[in-house]
Ligand binder design. Structure first.
Ligand SMILES: Cc1ncc(COP(=O)(O)O)c(C=O)c1O
Length: 385
């Protein structure tokens, strides 16, 4: 055979029997079948066998299985990011004419999608008070298809009474989805608290190094599995095996990173809570956080993000200057990596609360907490002086 033909018809020439601790990165769009009669096209590759790279190569399926195991899920789908996970859940659970409920403090782009794309598609998304608990029952309508929860909520960090919301939803046959990113799928056991579908932005703690984007959608039992799976297949939400390989490596150190981040974050949060000019610190493990008692009841620990509220004597401009004046804390979105971050939310929309421009979210990284405190102290002193 010509060498060009040989190169286009590769055979495995390397010796077999290689064993290592790393999961190999399998790339592949085409999956080969032995004969035409074996050809299938199904997303459920763990049962049906491999059919197409879009539904995951062995690298992606290994990551999905490990996330599923951590969360106690029947099945986990991997998608290109946390926002894609949110979109998949809506599109799986809602039809034109459906009604969905989302807490006021839900991740911003979730709200944007509700007010934009889903409005155009005829899905009505209504906000609710994140602290509503069992009172959610009054907002459930005959056409309610989905209730979102996110606990703690984005930026303002309210802890929700997820079991009470799930009980009210179950009584009316409504599915509950949780954005479980904060807990990395381990600090809060979504399924034992009644949630049907748990999503994560693996971008944060599983990735852990601010260098990849991935999301997961974990389904508790068979009830909604096919709805999610069929929608996932139709949307073509494939993921890169290279990103999955990074996330698999990230998972190996998740335990030590989470423990260290919890400790450092608490040290910084407790310090800043005692500083003049700080009206409140929203950290789930501090009593000043709305829903702190629910956190004590339901969570196994806390993670690396929290927010500080400057008191009314500071203008939005001054708070911005505080963030600009930080040196170790970088300014940027996302969280869960090794580098500390700070960001102001100038247009935060929280009904009944005037936080605009005075709230700063911090993500604590793996730097020494004393250095981070010194950085914050310098920026605060500049502000007061
Ligand atoms: C709570 C939460 N959910 C979802 C997302 C979206 O994740 P991704 O950036 O991977 O799309 C984020 C990102 O910041 C988030 O904070």
């Amino acid at each position: 055979m010509h060498w060009r033909t040989r190169l286009a018809q590769p055979q495995s020439l390397a010796p077999g029997g290689f064993k290592s601790l790393a999961v190999p990165t399998y790339r592949g769009s085409t999956v080969l079948f032995d004969k035409q009669a074996d050809v299938i096209d199904h997303w459920r590759q763990d049962e049906a066998g491999y059919s197409y790279g879009l539904y995951g190569t062995p690298t992606a399926l290994e990551l999905a299985a490990r996330i599923g195991q951590l969360e106690g899920a029947l099945y986990t789908f991997l998608v290109p990011g946390g926002q894609a996970a949110i979109a998949l859940v809506y599109l799986a659970m809602c039809d034109a004419g459906s009604h969905a409920l989302v807490p006021h403090n839900v991740y911003g782009p979730n709200k944007e999608m509700s007010a934009g794309l889903f409005k155009r598609l005829g899905i009505a998304v209504e906000g609710y008070d994140p602290m509503i608990g069992a009172g959610i029952a009054a907002q459930i309508r005959p056409n309610t298809a989905l209730i979102w929860t996110e606990s703690p909520g984005s930026v303002t960090m309210e802890i929700q009474d997820v079991p009470a919301i799930c009980a009210a939803a179950r009584a009316r046959g409504v599915a509950v989805a949780l954005d479980n990113t904060y807990s990395a799928g381990v600090l809060f056991d979504a399924f034992s608290h009644g949630v049907d579908i748990s999503i994560q932005a693996l971008t944060k703690y599983a990735g852990g190094h601010s260098d990849l984007l991935l999301g997961s959608v974990s389904v508790r039992d068979k009830k909604f599995l096919d709805r999610v799976g069929d929608t996932y297949k139709q949307l073509g939400m494939g993921v890169s095996p290279d990103d999955c390989s990074l996330a698999l490596r990230g998972l190996q150190t998740l335990g030590v990173r989470l423990a260290r981040l919890e400790e450092s974050t608490l040290t910084v949060a407790r310090w800043i809570a005692a500083q003049p000019g700080i009206a409140a610190v929203f950290h789930p493990a501090l009593p000043s956080c709305p829903g702190h008692d629910l956190w004590k009841r339901d969570f196994q620990g806390s993670a690396s993000v929290f927010s500080i509220l400057f008191d009314g004597r500071f203008t939005a401009r001054q708070v911005e200057a505080f963030v600009d004046g930080l040196e170790l804390f970088k300014i940027g979105m996302s969280w869960g990596g090794v580098t500390s971050l700070a960001i102001v939310y100038p247009n935060l929309d929280r009904p009944g609360k005037d936080y605009a421009g005075r709230l700063v979210r911090l993500n604590i990284g793996l730097e020494e907490p004393d250095d981070l405190i010194a950085d914050l102290a310098r920026a605060l002193a500049r502000l007061q002086g």
